[in-house]
Design a protein around this ligand. Structure first.
Ligand code: SF4
Ligand code: F3S
Length: 106
């Protein structure tokens, strides 16, 4: 499976969403996750993300390991998202900021 990581938090550009052939993305208030049982490992979403938030589970950086479990958990409770939408107004201010996990709204 592919995994959405820290950089997405408060950026949520959603460019990853429309390219997914199996609609594997689920949406929270300030973050998206990928459902591991739905993702078919095509990799199409990776280059779409302007903040490089998406990694294959086997290539997750050490600092992002906890996002594997978090994607699986939140994909079970958040609604599916299938279309591009406008990012948060302050998305650019949060681009490049690291360790945003405490800001994640579950
Ligand atoms: Fe969708 Fe492919 Fe990205 Fe998985 S890797 S979330 S199937 S676009
Ligand atoms: Fe997040 Fe990047 Fe998609 S910021 S919503 S993973 S395009």
């Amino acid at each position: 499976t592919f995994v959405v990581t820290d950089s997405c938090i408060k950026c949520k550009y959603t460019d990853c969403v429309p390219v997914c052939p199996v609609d594997a993305f689920y949406e929270g208030e300030n973050f998206l996750v990928i459902h591991p049982d739905i993702c078919i490992d095509c990799g199409l979403c990776v280059p779409e993300c302007p903040v490089e938030a998406i990694f294959q589970d086997s290539h997750l950086p050490e600092s992002q390991q906890h996002y594997l479990q978090l994607n699986a958990e939140l994909a079970e409770v958040w609604p599916n998202i299938i279309e591009l939408k406008a990012p948060p107004e302050d998305a650019e201010e949060w681009t490049g900021v690291v360790n945003k996990l405490p800001l994640l709204v579950k």
